[in-house]
Ligand binder design. Structure first.
Ligand code: GLP
Length: 237
């Protein structure tokens, strides 16, 4: 695992965006795994800028997002589909049909999850997966558990995650209690992983994930086993 310490959030975003841009330039039809949350916003801003000034071309890129809240329609302003359209997809030259986010309003969760995994594998897997990290060590919405879940699946969010994400909703009661998330297999099979983390509130969990025991109680700790994982962070560890 490679750790890049940056001077601030802006430099973190710049470096993460540079790695993604390099991936797209080297393989224009690459498959990107994308994340939501507040941390990657700066990364997406840079990519938008570089696409608009002609430096990066997303016209053949395919994307798979990590997760989606169960019960939120794509038009809901807190759905992850809405977030991705608003912060990235509608601002770059990607074909919207090449972008994938699990459906939060599916009537058949099992089928939705199985199809999601099949689509990822039909595209040959993910070339570069961007990740954030939750306060409890979750990646995507893979919450602490007694085992690592392999495939895309439905999860019940922890109280801690619901509380952390309530800042985006009018009230904590409006935060969905469940989500669909990519499992550990698609994430770990990504050829390259880039994890961004910022803010002192992430310091303890980041230390545990990077240097502590590998355990499903700290889902991000599995990344220690990945052959090409880069952590970019302004946090002093
Ligand atoms: C959410 C997302 C994760 C994200 C995490 C951290 O729960 N499902 O993919 O990494 O929050 O978000 P933030 O970057 O806002 O701290």
């Amino acid at each position: 695992m490679k750790i890049i310490k940056t001077k601030d959030y802006n430099e973190m975003s710049l470096k993460a965006a540079s790695m993604i841009a390099a991936q797209v330039i080297l393989k224009p039809n690459c498959v990107l795994g994308l994340a939501t949350g507040s941390t990657p916003l700066g990364t997406y801003e840079k990519l938008v800028e570089w696409c608009n000034n002609g430096h990066v071309d997303f016209s053949d890129v395919v994307t798979f997002n990590l997760d989606e809240y169960l019960g939120l329609d794509p038009s809901h302003d807190q759905s992850y589909r809405y977030y991705m359209n608003n912060n990235l997809f509608n601002k770059i030259n990607i074909k919207i049909e090449n972008t994938h986010v699990p459906s939060g309003v599916t009537t058949n969760i099992e089928e939705e999850c199985a199809n999601y995994d099949k689509m990822i594998s039909d595209y040959g897997g993910i070339d570069l997966q961007l990740l954030g990290i939750g306060h409890d060590g979750h990646i995507g919405f893979n919450e602490p558990s007694d085992h690592f879940e392999k495939g895309t699946h439905c999860v019940t969010l922890t109280e801690e995650t619901i509380k952390a994400n309530s800042r985006f909703f009018e009230s904590i009661d409006l935060v969905p209690k469940k989500a669909i998330t990519m499992g550990m297999l698609s994430i770990m099979q990504a050829k390259k992983i880039v994890l961004v983390a910022s803010g002192d509130d992430k310091k303890e969990i980041l230390k545990k994930a990077l240097f502590g025991p590998i355990t499903p109680k700290v889902p991000a700790s599995i990344l220690q086993l990945h052959p090409d994982c880069t952590v970019i962070t302004p946090i002093s560890l």
